[in-house]
Design a protein around this ligand. Structure first.
Ligand code: R2B
Ligand code: URA
Length: 313
């Protein structure tokens, strides 16, 4: 067995130990001469992973490549690691699937929209961190969402991700059989992030369950998709039931993110701003400037957290 290679016997996230090293649970990897991370256009045969990424302590992931680039520039300035206006290279420039940026100990990666897209990225990211011999890594998804019963612009720190039936689990079909994994997130990390928000005092932040769906329209009970076969009353009953079950926002990646970070032994959090209150509408109609301001909120919060962790706040 390769040095540092950890075999995980248990499948559910809750029982995965939170040791500082990255856990891979795949005996087949040992037999491979090199590992090509195809969607990153990186490989262990062509790149020196420990030299490139060995010092990574924080990984921030978000849907859009331009948002992750903007975040990296912002954090460059805040951490005093260079000129925030200078251009930064995209480490995955050889592919347009994902974008990746690095400044000091912070890696920023885009993941696209939805569970399949973030899941592919996370398989390759977790292997990248393992091959780089990284330890004590915290992974945070910074994103957007639809809020339930919250003023637009509020930020939700996810306690657990739930599925469309409000169950804290992620189900995936593997070899034709349903495999269910836990979607609990690190409670201590969520509390630390909440404390950061209280220190910033710029926007309302709550800790709550996040519902992860397979679709933006019917999957999130919208009335404005190309197809809709339910009434407004049924929509509101469903969203109210979600609220009563503790759901405070809805997005499309948190379940597999939580499940895979649990399996990988990674400390993880999801911090999403709410773009609208779904009890009041479906269309995202705020102005461009307001939406830009909202999208910067998770970035500000996570940047403050990283600064504190590095003793720079
Ligand atoms: C939030 O926003 C996207 C849909 O607009 C999706 O990726 C998500 O989770
Ligand atoms: N992202 C979502 O998935 N849903 C929303 O309502 C807004 C952003």
């Amino acid at each position: 067995m390769a040095p540092g290679f950890t075999m995980e016997k248990k499948e559910d996230g809750q029982s995965t130990s939170k040791s500082a090293s990255i856990h891979l649970s795949n005996p087949h990897l040992q037999k491979m001469k090199e590992d090509i991370l195809y969607h990153f256009d990186l490989g262990t045969g062509t790149h020196d992973f420990p030299a490139l990424f060995g010092d990574v302590k924080f990984v921030c992931v978000g849907g859009s490549p331009s948002r992750m680039k903007a975040f990296t520039k912002y954090i460059t300035g805040e951490l005093g690691l260079g000129d925030p206006d200078a251009d930064i290279p995209n480490i995955c420039a050889g592919t347009d699937r994902y974008a990746m940026y690095k400044v000091g100990p912070v890696l920023s990666v885009s993941h696209g929209m939805g569970i399949p897209s973030i899941s592919i990225m996370l398989h390759e990211l977790i292997k990248l961190l393992y091959h780089s011999k990284c330890c004590n890594v915290t992974v945070i998804r910074i994103g957007t969402s639809g809020g339930i019963g919250l003023e637009p612009g509020s930020v939700v720190i996810t306690s657990q991700s739930v599925d469309a039936s409000f169950k804290p689990q992620f189900e995936q079909i593997i070899l034709g059989k349903a495999v269910v994994r836990g979607t609990q997130l690190d409670g201590e990390l969520a509390r630390e992030l909440m404390e950061c928000s209280q220190e910033i005092q710029e926007f309302k932040t709550v800790i709550g369950s996040t519902m992860c769906t397979l679709d933006f329209y019917e999957g999130q009970a919208r009335l404005d998709g190309a197809f809709c076969f339910y009434t407004e009353k049924e929509k509101l009953q469903y969203l109210q039931a979600a609220y009563d079950a503790g759901v405070r926002n809805i997005e499309m990646e948190s379940s597999v993110f939580a499940a895979m970070c649990n399996l990988g032994g990674l400390r993880a959090a999801v911090v999403c701003v709410t773009l609208l209150n779904r009890l009041e509408g479906d269309q995202i109609s705020s102005s461009h400037d307001v939406l830009v301001d909202y999208q910067q909120r998770p970035q500000k919060l996570v940047c403050h957290f990283i600064k504190k962790q590095l003793g720079k706040a």
